[in-house]
Unconditional design. Structure first.
Ligand code: HEC
Length: 145
């Protein structure tokens, strides 16, 4: 009787541990699956921005005074082609944004056409900017020049 009780207690513990393990792996799995699916179809511009741009341009796009120019309300964005080129090729030297001169280096971003389109769409439709969406074919056209 006592042993049977112990056994079923052990079985319960095992069940608990197994189901916890299961939950944990389910919790771990979605981000990978989700980003995998996202990358295959439409990458999230916000995620890309956080990953590829926010370290220099800051989460809200305000940049860093005298070091990295802002993307928030940036007049530079008015020229879509120049903006796409900036992301693909990066730049070095003087650049004027909202009347302020910056002189630094932005490395070319290793992003494919869909990713550049997604991240720029995010920038153009957030941070106080009012541009529209950027499409992958627009990026491809600029890249081909
Ligand atoms: C390593 C830091 C760094 C990263 C990462 C970076 N930038 Fe930049 N970015 C800069 C700097 C510095 C300049 C100005 C370069 C110069 O002086 O020629 C700049 C300029 C720009 C400009 C033109 C000026 C303006 O502020 O409007 C745009 C647009 C831009 N970056 C977008 C992006 C986007 C989008 C990403 C992410 C895909 C990104 N940058 C990633 C540092 C960075």
């Amino acid at each position: 009787m006592k042993i049977a009780g112990l056994l079923s207690f052990a079985a319960l513990i095992t069940l608990f541990v197994v189901s916890c393990g299961d939950n944990k792996s389910k919790e771990d799995a979605p981000p990978f699956a989700a980003s995998g699916t996202a990358a295959a179809s439409a990458p999230s511009g916000e995620d890309l921005y956080k990953r590829a741009c926010a370290s220099c341009h800051m989460a809200g796009g305000d940049g860093i005074a005298n070091v990295n120019p802002p993307l928030a309300k940036s007049d530079y964005l008015a020229d879509k082609e120049k903006t796409i080129l900036q992301v693909i090729k990066g730049s070095s030297g003087e650049i004027v944004v909202n009347g302020k001169t910056y002189n630094n280096t932005m490395p070319p971003q290793q992003l494919n056409d869909e990713e550049v389109a997604a991240v720029l769409t995010y920038v153009y439709t957030n941070m106080g900017n009012s541009g529209g969406a950027v499409t992958a074919s627009e990026v491809a056209a600029v890249r081909a020049k």
